[in-house]
Write a protein of this length. Structure first.
Length: 76
């Protein structure tokens, strides 16, 4: 996993920050389960699991907090 594509947490807007948080969350899943065949096999089950979707939203929110802190969004 030598994919180094994240140079900064700085974004131009809160919307871009949220998109970065979502990307970070998705990358976390890919790093945790690098086998794309397994990921695609599990997707139908996870897409219909309310608790799993809530957990995914929580992870995105935590990542957004990190991005927001890096960008001082609360001070703007």
């Amino acid at each position: 996993m030598a994919d180094v594509g994240l140079a900064s947490l700085t974004t131009g807007s809160p919307q871009q920050g949220f998109e970065l948080a979502t990307t970070l969350s998705r990358r976390g899943v890919t790093y945790t389960q690098p086998d794309s065949e397994v990921l695609h096999k599990l997707r139908p089950e996870s897409a219909n699991d309310a608790a799993g979707l809530t957990s995914a939203s929580h992870v995105i929110a935590l990542n957004f907090q990190t991005v927001a802190a890096a960008n001082n969004y609360w001070r703007k």
